[in-house]
Design a protein around this ligand. Sequence first.
Ligand SMILES: [Zn+2]
Length: 370
Amino acid sequence: MKFYLSILPLLFCVLAFGQNDENTEPELRMDFEDYDPPSTLVVPEHEILSAKFPFLDVHSHHWRMAEQDLDKLIRQMDSMNMQVIVNLSGRGGERLKAMMDNIKKYGYEDRIVLFTNIELRSIDEPDWTEETLKQIEYDYKNGAKGLKIYKSQGMTNLDSKGNRIKIDDPRIDPIWARCGELGMPILIHSADPKSFWAPHDENNERWLELKTRPNRKRGPDNPAPWETIIGEQHHIIKKHPNTNFIAAHMGWFPNDLKKLGELLDEMPNMYVEIGAVIAELGRQPRMANRFLEKYQDRVLFGKDSYKPAEYPTYFRVLESDDEYFPYYKRYHAFWKMYGLDLPDHILEKLYYKNALKLIQGVDTEQFKRD
Ligand SMILES: [Zn+2]
């Protein structure tokens, strides 16, 4: 009897909290990554394979466009009602010219826009500013309609002494200014989601992404605090009010639209695009609707990675009133999403009208459909 009494508390523990591994049936043991059950919710579902209005994707990457089969690209674009694509990886100089030659050869000057890029790691060279300005002029003459700044700027680009080149390094000022004079918007991606700088623990919403892609993890000062890098981006936008900047991925504030609104109020030449952050909008349909109502002239459609199969999820979030449906990458969003059911006049601005105001020389007639 004494023996039974002494094991009783232990037995109770096992029965009450039968979660510890040795005492759990094998089929009940699984971790967070495995637990992704299909929803039993029965609600209307809409598969939207083609956007309601012709659209312009302002954020795409096609590195081999000088040799690429462009008929194939255009066929894919047509199938989803994408009228114009912006290839941000124009690379500059002769490589940009070779891409433009291929676009002309196929006759798709109206459908494909190139943004150029600049080399920042050679910034210590005495003639860097002068040479880079020359390149921008050359690219502009060859048809480049904007400049893309990669996230390496402010993160991994180092000068000849091994120092981080800040986004607001004053030696780049003449480039930002010249782009403004030429009417070339600058699409700029700075830093990464703030969660990459936070401890990799149970409180981190990007836990799965950091587990599966550990090289994205940052220490609090590696290479600088998140706020510092984002602050440098805002600094150049404020310093160059005559240049239009499109902050990629909603400036990494898609999860704090109130703050993003304040930034847009503060910087009238700042625009944003929604690439890779649609799941943030899809988890806050009411807040996102209020934001897009108020800032309907400042948000552009972008996707980033060019995968035709993923666009329908964007259309579904923006156009449908569907409820509780998944994003396609669980490491970006383990939550379910809701359609924003945006009114036509806002959809049209997001899909193409705002981009046509910023990017010069795109044929606007091709967006008219009746
Ligand atoms: Zn990109």
